[in-house]
Design a protein around this ligand. Structure first.
Ligand code: NAD
Length: 429
């Protein structure tokens, strides 16, 4: 009897995952292997502690009612209250918020501040809503998550499409509910209601310090170096400004509508005025247009992704020609692409180190609010620089000790600190 022989099936490379939480767990396990963490500790440290899904009914200007879906996730609070921003975006998902919350846990541990990780999000497009609609949605969202937040529990902050005004509404909503003004419940607030000097630029300032430290390791310096920035919001625009002030040549920037380029260097002060007026980088004179994907592939000393996740993937990684990728955004590089960047000799300053300046100054803002004693900007900036330089050194030493790249070095450092806190606290009950 003849047997049918099936043709051997060629092994197929599974498609890379773009699910941010799967990516976060994968990154965690890579570092956990170096730390020899047992399965129990891995389960504790990868499972978010709390996650709340809320429905947010909002009366729109035309009298109709829209119901938005929102989330708040506390990933881990072993080292202190949860800390992390709130994102307003159509692509928000629970898994994205879980990933962002876990990156906050590791980020706070990298810079060694006494916070755990949290994050929030609402599925919405605030660009298509009036100011009144955004205010009503923000207040109702905060009222819905109020059982989770508080100065000693969970302290939100701005993220994509949220800003100091939204933080003021959050703070007011909480304060009206508890019956007194609680400055410590959110950070990234306007200066008039307990914001910190330097908070607005803090994430970008941290990026600048981290890039400067990375350059020193290779005997280079910022002066005259070429820089491309993807995303022109809080982090991207302030990065362009601070790198320009530090003497770098910012040759390309972009926002959600696309980018602009001038190989001699863009006039950043004029560009900032243009964006203030027109709300986009488009139409800026003395520059050519460039797509967001082409911007990522420019041959520059420093590429700063400062928009969203999954920008450098297997699709484009071999076209990346930057010498340093400074991850100002959270999760801009997939793990598979990360491996190839390393093989191609590109230095990646990982998000949990690179953009930690924001949460560091949020920590200062929280401390100032609790004490009702406020620092001047030079104090904020010098303390920020001290923490970022120290964190870069710790991460660099961790990566040398384990012979790994900066991302794995940062994860080992952070996960080790949170595991130690978890271990020493013990398991309740
Ligand atoms: P933002 O809303 O102020 O700005 C986002 C910018 O990205 C806008 O210019 C927008 O036009 C642009 N953008 C959106 N989609 C894009 C796309 N597909 N391609 C190119 N550009 C696009 O947000 P932000 O606060 O600057 O945050 C940017 C990133 O930095 C996010 O990943 C955020 O999680 C991270 N981050 C922010 C802070 C902070 O303090 N705000 C701190 C740490 C990390």
């Amino acid at each position: 009897m003849t047997q049918s022989v099936e043709a051997p099936v060629a092994p197929r490379t599974p498609p890379e995952t773009l699910n941010p939480f799967e990516i976060a767990v994968k990154q965690f396990n890579t570092a956990a292997d170096y730390l020899n963490l047992d399965l129990s500790m891995r389960k504790v440290l990868t499972t978010p502690k709390r996650a709340l899904i809320v429905a947010i009914p909002v009366r729109m200007d035309d009298g109709s009612i829209n119901v938005y879906e929102g989330y708040r996730v506390q990933h881990n609070i072993a080292r202190g209250p949860a800390k992390g921003g709130v994102r307003y975006h159509m692509n928000v998902t629970l898994d994205e918020v879980k990933a962002l919350a876990s990156w906050m846990t590791w980020k706070c541990a990298v810079v060694n501040i006494p916070f755990g990780g949290g994050k929030g999000g609402v599925i919405c497009d605030p660009q298509k809503m009036s100011k009144g609609e955004v205010e009503r949605m923000s207040r109702r969202y905060f009222a819905e998550i109020i059982s989770m937040v508080g100065p000693e529990k969970d302290i939100p902050a701005p993220d994509v499409n949220t800003n100091p005004q939204v933080m003021a509404w959050f703070m007011d909503t909480y304060s009206m509910t508890v019956g007194y003004t609680a400055l410590g419940v959110v950070t990234g607030k306007p200066l008039a209601v307990g914001g910190s000097q330097g908070r607005n630029e803090a994430t970008a300032r941290g990026v600048l310090v981290a890039v400067n430290e990375a350059m020193k390791k290779t005997g280079k310096n910022l002066l005259g170096s070429s820089v491309a920035v993807q995303g022109f919001g809080n982090v991207g625009a302030n990065s362009a400004k601070l790198f320009h002030q530090a003497g770098a040549r910012v040759i390309a920037v972009s926002d959600v509508t696309g980018g602009i380029q001038n190989s001699n260097g863009l006039d950043i002060p004029r560009l900032l005025a243009h964006v203030e007026k027109y709300r986009t980088v488009q139409g800026f004179p003395e520059a050519e247009t460039i797509s967001n994907s082409d911007l990522l592939e420019l041959s520059v000393d420093v590429l700063i992704p400062a928009a969203l996740e999954n920008q450098i993937t297997l699709r484009n990684v071999n076209n990346i020609r930057a010498k340093i990728v400074a991850e100002a955004a959270n999760g801009p590089t997939t793990p598979d692409a990360d491996v190839i960047l390393r093989e191609n000799g590109i230095v990646v300053i990982p998000d949990i180190l690179c953009n930690a300046g924001g949460v560091t100054v949020s920590y200062f803002e929280w401390v100032q609010g609790l004490y009702s004693f406020f620092w001047d900007e030079s104090m904020v900036n010098s303390q920020l620089e001290k923490i970022m330089v120290g964190a870069f050194k710790d991460v660099y030493e961790s990566s040398k000790k384990y012979n790994v790249d900066l991302r794995v070095g940062a994860q080992i450092l952070a996960i080790g600190r949170v595991a130690e806190a978890t271990e020493v606290r013990g398991l309740f009950p």
